[in-house]
Design a protein around this ligand. Sequence first.
Ligand code: FES
Length: 118
Amino acid sequence: MATTIRFKGYGEIAVAPGTSLLQAAQSLGAPEGYACGGVCACSTCHVYVTSGGSLLTEMEDEENDILDKAFDVRATSRLGCQSKVEKDGGVIEVEITRESLEAFENEHPEHRGKFTAR
Ligand code: FES
């Protein structure tokens, strides 16, 4: 079995437990930022988990601290590099934040304006 992760506007991918939302986005080719390389130090991988959040690992203090510095934080906010699929099966729906899209474009100048213009 696997868990399906749906990135709003970018399609979906089936992943095994242990996979982070950032890894899933990268496998799918969805534009999620990762300025610190996925070590919980930047908030550019900020996403909204709009459903299926209970299938993910719980938020730890470190993630919470970094999210404090993110833009437009909501109850559904998570850091993509820190939230990993914990339970097998089901669907997780994710929306990549504008902050994260902008960071992705900054890291990949060839895509500048491509995703944030939508
Ligand atoms: S990539 Fe930097 S906190 Fe997730």
